[in-house]
Design a protein. Structure first.
Length: 363
């Protein structure tokens, strides 16, 4: 598999177009035409991660946080130079993975054992389009294959999806037109037998699909039309909410989170409630989740996230646990690993004890 194909599959898992505008995702360093030998999965691209990739013979580093966040006028950063000098390719899946239905927050909720999961903050997923193109006899499969290879024809867990039906088309060439099918007589409208192909196409694949049709189609000017439809995908959203199989008292929350996440120093804010208060409805958001506190208060009895500011804690109406940015996002790495294994790619997750963050906070 080449990196370009890996990017296409990652895009299906968590569309890059769903990333926030300020974010930087996708292939940030490297060559999309290179073969994938082995993949190192990490939260951050660090010198430790680069060293581990070289030890493993991996030529792709798949990270959650982008190694390049802002535009560059020059490349002098030692970390970027190390990637380039060692012919390493860096791919980032950041906020697109945060909002994906089975992305970072789904992974966090599953590790905690929550059930009946749904997005905490829902937003519409990527737009989908109904696309139709007319094709002359004998060219149906050629055009359809081009659409499928460009990423069209996917509906839910199914691929190569299309509808096909015979139609009759008409045309009359003018000016310098060079029709593929000869017209009957000059100044007469020609009627031809055709087949109409219909596909569902994600917005992020629309341009590629239309380009593929134009290249594979025998007509000088193919008749292509498309329109936006209600998305068949699950809603995307930041955060996740669910319930515990059995309630836990507030007093046991810290030890429970330490056990589930391996987080050494989670911090609990009780919001003035007794430690005996039973907790069953829980909201989570990996990384920095202060922006969702008000949303969590509407449906949860406890909110677990990271990077909570002092004043945010004081104003909270429900108990909260700050388990740290690192530990609330680390679970998604295993999700990515299992997906890569499913795609027959060798992969390795950088262990917590080999991460710079872990070394800096446990020394």
């Amino acid at each position: 598999m080449i990196i370009e194909e890996l990017l296409q599959r990652l895009n299906e898992l968590a569309p890059f177009s769903q990333a926030y505008e300020w974010d930087n995702v996708g292939l940030l360093v490297g060559d999309a035409k290179r073969e994938v030998r082995r993949v190192l999965i990490t939260l951050d691209v660090t010198f430790q991660a680069i060293q581990k990739a070289l030890e493993l013979g991996a030529n792709v580093i798949l990270s959650h946080h982008p190694v390049i966040f802002h535009s560059l006028n020059s490349i002098t950063d030692p970390l970027l130079l190390s990637l380039i000098e060692n012919h390493l390719n860096a791919i980032a899946m950041h906020t697109n993975l945060d909002v994906a239905p089975q992305g970072a927050n789904y992974a966090l909720a599953k590790v905690l054992g929550l059930e009946n999961l749904e997005p905490l903050s829902s937003e519409q997923g990527e737009k989908w389009f109904h696309l139709s193109v007319t094709v002359p006899p004998g060219y149906t499969e050629n055009v359809a294959d081009a659409v499928f290879k460009a990423g069209g024809g996917k509906v839910g867990n199914y691929i190569y999806c299309s509808t096909r039906h015979p139609i009759k088309g008409t045309f009359k060439p003018i000016g310098e037109a060079r029709p593929f099918i000869s017209s009957n007589e000059e100044d007469k409208i020609t009627q031809v037998a055709e087949e109409e192909l219909e596909f569902m196409v994600q917005e992020s694949r629309l341009f590629d699909v239309i380009s593929a049709i134009k290249i594979s189609h025998p007509y000088e000017t193919p008749l292509i039309y498309y329109f936006a439809v209600a998305t068949p995908q699950p809603l995307f959203g930041l955060g996740m909410r669910g319930i515990l199989p059995e309630p836990l008292p507030l007093s046991e929350m810290l030890s429970w989170i330490k056990d589930k996440l391996g987080c050494p120093n989670p911090k609990l804010w009780t919001a003035g409630l007794p430690l005996s208060t039973p907790i069953k409805k829980i909201a989570v958001c990996g990384g920095s989740g202060s922006s969702l506190i008000k949303v969590a208060e509407q449906s949860a009895e406890l909110y677990i996230t990271g990077d909570i500011g002092y004043h945010s804690l004081l104003e909270a109406k429900i108990p909260m646990v700050d388990a740290g940015h690192f530990y609330t996002e680390y679970p998604v790495l295993e999700v990515l690993k299992q997906q890569l294994i499913h795609w027959n790619l060798e992969s390795y997750v950088l262990p917590i004890e080999e991460c710079e963050y872990w070394q800096n906070t446990h020394s």
